[in-house]
Design a protein around this ligand. Structure first.
Ligand SMILES: [Zn+2]
Length: 308
């Protein structure tokens, strides 16, 4: 697996990424034109400088580009071999992989590893035009959870003893389809649900008062009466997911700042949506992530050249 040439040779890495991103030939990120653009590689570039490997010139808009332009890998001096390796590691580790581990395995600084993993998580996010889950005849499971390392820290300071802390994470899964998880920050469950699930869906939840609102077709099980499943009415899929996420939180990441929680959730959602049970293997999962590196907006500054 790790002896594949694209993990060791920059040219092979670039060819590998080009084949995944451009199955029908290079696509110009400036104008969208597809096809036989000019390879500048090896020719004299601007001002007599040698064109860098992988550089192309668009036959239509005449702009230059390479396979990483417009992707989360752009403007970094990190070799592509390392990007591919980091993506593979993050895609194949069920409970995630820490920046410390990436730093040691890839021989990059911790800071670089941190930026790389967050950029890859950005690629794992669903595309901006992904609509709400569910639909007519579809069942959507919804559940929420509170993240805490131990029962002692379960309740934030200032809450009365009998008060339940506000849930931090809300997840929806379309049975037989995708999961979508989110940090609730100041949104409430109702708002998130109506935004991310189609109202024609059949909704299944537990008996929490958070779901006491009008949803066209809603069934629930009452955990307080030890009812965990009634036929296919249960939230077991999401409880299983929360359990993997929390094991990742405690075992791999130790700490996740709430600022970045949505990115970690995107990572776990991505692996769930491409899980082995659906017939996706580690190599295919990595390819799916690499196809998604394009067009993702970065919410932090691009990696500075000094980060290696
Ligand atoms: Zn173009």
């Amino acid at each position: 697996m790790f002896d594949a040439p694209h993990f060791h040779d920059e040219n092979e890495a670039r060819k590998h990424l080009e084949a995944i991103r451009w199955p029908d030939g290079p696509v110009c990120p400036h104008c969208g034109s597809v096809g036989d653009h000019y390879r500048l590689e090896g020719t004299g570039g601007a001002k007599g400088k040698k064109a860098r490997p992988g550089l192309l010139k668009c036959k239509d808009c005449r702009e230059q580009f390479s396979v990483t332009v417009g992707t989360v890998f752009e403007s970094s001096k990190i070799p592509l071999t390392k990007w591919l390796l980091a993506t593979h590691l993050l895609c194949s580790s069920k409970k995630g992989i820490s920046s410390h581990q990436i730093h040691r395995t890839l021989g990059v600084t911790y800071k670089t590893a941190w930026f790389m993993t967050h950029r890859i998580r950005e690629a794992m996010k669903p595309s901006v035009d992904a609509g709400p889950l569910g639909g007519p005849g579809k069942t959507v499971e919804a559940d929420e959870t509170y993240l805490a390392k131990s029962p002692k820290t379960r309740k934030p300071k200032g809450l009365p003893l009998n008060a339940k802390p506000a849930p931090q994470v809300f997840s929806l899964i379309e049975r037989g389809g995708n999961i979508r998880s989110m940090h609730l920050d100041d949104k409430n469950v109702r708002e998130a649900l109506f935004k991310h699930a189609r109202e024609e869906s059949r909704l299944v939840t537990d008996g929490s008062t958070l779901y006491k609102f009008q949803f066209m077709n809603h069934e629930s099980v009452d955990h307080s009466k030890h009812e965990w499943a009634r036929g296919d009415v249960h939230t077991n899929t999401l409880e299983g997911f929360f359990s993997i996420f929390k094991r990742g939180l405690v075992g791999t990441y130790q700490h996740m700042s709430l600022t970045h929680l949505n990115r970690y959730l995107a990572e776990f959602d991505f692996r769930m949506n491409t899980r082995a049970k659906l017939g996706v293997n580690d190599v295919q999962r990595t390819s799916i992530a690499l196809k998604s590196i394009e067009g993702k907006r970065l919410t932090y500054k691009p990696v500075a050249d000094s980060l290696q």
